[in-house]
Design a protein around this ligand. Structure first.
Ligand code: F6P
Length: 528
């Protein structure tokens, strides 16, 4: 694939970049009363409004020409067909196959349909027995608590989903332990009755140090606290693509739930990695989550480029981030239920697309993924919104709202949504006026997208997450990078292994750089 910079479709956009940056978004509304209808898309209770972007008809056509020149549709089809598009690792990328309903088998990932179905059936059987109290802890107590031990993709997706769907949770309480600092672990152990706790160790590689360390701690806790020889068999479960290593931890590989090398960790919540989700909300709601994601998959696969939500979100991200140099993007959900969304998206977007060489190993020259970050509204309004309105950097924002509150949840939905709409309005309109002091002026013309969900349900949440997955794919397709490897995270892991002896005082620091050696020396002194 040719370098993006040299592509005529990109150059056409590049030549217009100043005009695009200066396009008055309010002016576009003044010129076109139907702009909202023309720039919004709707699918199954999810509305995407992209009208507050500096995109007129010419820019729109140029963006679509870019998507065509970059063969986004062909790249998407290759992914869905199971071609090894993760070229650096020679792997297929088939998280979409995890969401295909039984009757839709054959739509995508035919080759893996049987193992997906088989694993789902095992998950359902096990989750149903645990939730019904038929499969108990080793001393016969029903399982009331689950400790999910995992990190990155083996943690963030299930954590996001279970917080978002807390009103649907009717199973054991799920506690998440990711960090190796011991804080989450101590909290979880304090809340759990060991005889009524199932520990799910989730790790695609089953070699991640944090996860293995926490797993050993919890194993010791179970052994100490539960008077039964078969406690590990009954109360610990592994989810992994590396079944051989399960035995090394002292667990039975035959009891483990598998995942596969064709599912990336950050795309894996739909697999057995989501077992804790299924335990928390039940197989039916888990099925609805998958159905929502599958609905978005079909939309991505079948809608024409100009009416395709992930395609637009991806193109707009490239427009803002790469063409206009707006290197950070904020995501602001107006519900505490989506409090973990920005952490989830940080891994999804930055681990996938934080790359500086393309899929063929050539420098990208142009910037790829910048920083994605965020916090819930309205609290974010009282923290960083000042910079969004008056700061020197233009930060495109994705606002996410929910129209119908969850029954029984208190709060003031009108207040919440008025704030959401007011913020995107304020970013666009700004504040001008001769009577105002300069300090009060807001430049305006700052872009945003709004995603409005009719309700936050398993279905719409599945669709929302899949939307961001495919948006990430579209960005990568335009940049020509491989979104499915993450070699950059390896170096730090290797160095940490090397530094541990020095920190413990069992190795000298002579060969280290001055800063690291100095920090180790102070650490050792303070630790005593
Ligand atoms: O360090 C990055 C990473 O490899 C992520 O890609 C992954 O989601 C996470 O670590 C956890 O990996 P595993 O599931 O193999 O423990």
């Amino acid at each position: 694939m040719s370098n993006l910079e040299t592509l005529p479709a990109w150059q056409a956009l590049w030549e217009r970049r100043e005009a695009i940056a200066e396009t008055s978004i309010s002016g576009l509304f003044a010129a076109d009363p139907d702009r909202f209808e023309r720039c919004s898309l709707e699918l199954d209770g999810l509305l995407l409004d992209t009208s507050k972007q500096p995109v007129d008809d010419t820019t729109r056509e140029a963006l679509l020409a870019l998507a065509q020149a970059r063969e986004v549709a062909q790249q998407r089809d290759a992914m869905l067909a199971g071609e090894p598009i993760n070229t650096s690792e020679g792997r297929a990328v088939l998280h979409t196959a995890l969401r295909v309903p039984p009757e839709g088998a054959g739509w995508a990932g035919r080759a893996v349909a049987d193992e997906v179905r088989h694993t789902r059936e095992r998950m359902i059987e096990l989750a149903t027995a645990i939730r019904a109290g038929q499969r108990t802890g080793a001393t016969g107590k029903p399982i009331r608590h689950v400790i999910n031990i995992g990190i990155g993709g083996s943690d963030l997706g299930p954590r996001l989903v279970l917080e978002a769907l807390a009103p649907d949770a009717d199973g054991p309480a799920v506690h998440f332990v990711a960090n190796v600092d011991g804080v989450e672990l101590a909290r979880a152990l304090a809340e759990c009755d060991p005889e009524a706790t199932l520990v799910v160790v989730v790790s695609k590689s089953f070699g991640t140090v944090e996860t293995m360390t926490n797993a050993h701690e919890v194993m010791a806790w179970l052994r100490r606290s539960v008077p039964a020889d078969d406690v590990l068999e009954r109360q610990m479960l592994a989810v992994t693509a590396n079944l051989e290593r399960v035995g090394e931890l002292g667990l039975d590989p035959a009891l483990a739930l598998p995942m596969w090398d064709w599912v990336g960790g950050r795309y894996s919540l739909w697999s057995a990695v989501g077992f804790s989700i299924m335990l928390g909300i039940g197989p039916t709601a888990f099925g609805e989550l998958l159905a929502g994601a599958h609905g978005m998959d079909r939309h991505f696969a079948e809608a024409p480029l100009e009416a395709n939500m992930p395609v637009w979100l991806g193109l707009l991200s490239v427009l803002n981030g790469t063409l206009l140099g707006r290197r950070s993007q904020a995501v602001v959900p107006y519900t505490e239920r989506l409090g973990h969304l920005s952490a989830y998206l940080q891994q999804l977007v930055m681990e996938s697309n934080g790359k500086s060489v393309d899929a063929e190993g050539q420098p990208t020259h142009l910037p790829t993924a910048g920083v994605i970050w965020g916090q819930t509204g309205t609290p974010g309004q009282h923290a960083f919104f000042q910079a969004l309105h008056q700061g020197t950097d233009v930060v495109p924002v994705d606002f996410i709202g929910v129209a119908r509150p969850v029954a029984g949840e208190r709060g003031d939905p009108l207040e919440l949504t008025a704030n959401l709409f007011a913020q995107s309005q304020a970013l666009m309109q700004g504040r001008q006026g001769e009577h105002l002091s300069v300090a009060r002026l807001c430049p305006g013309n700052r872009p945003s997208n709004t995603l409005l969900l009719e309700l936050l349900t398993p279905y719409t949440l599945g669709a929302l997450i899949a939307l961001y997955e495919h948006r990430t794919f579209v960005e990568a397709a335009i940049w020509g990078i491989n979104a499915f490897d993450q070699f950059g995270v390896e170096l730090g892991k290797v160095l940490a292994v090397d530094l541990k002896p020095a920190l413990a005082g069992a190795a000298d620091t002579d060969a280290l750089d001055g800063s690291t050696a100095g920090l180790i020396s102070r650490y050792r002194a303070w630790r005593g």
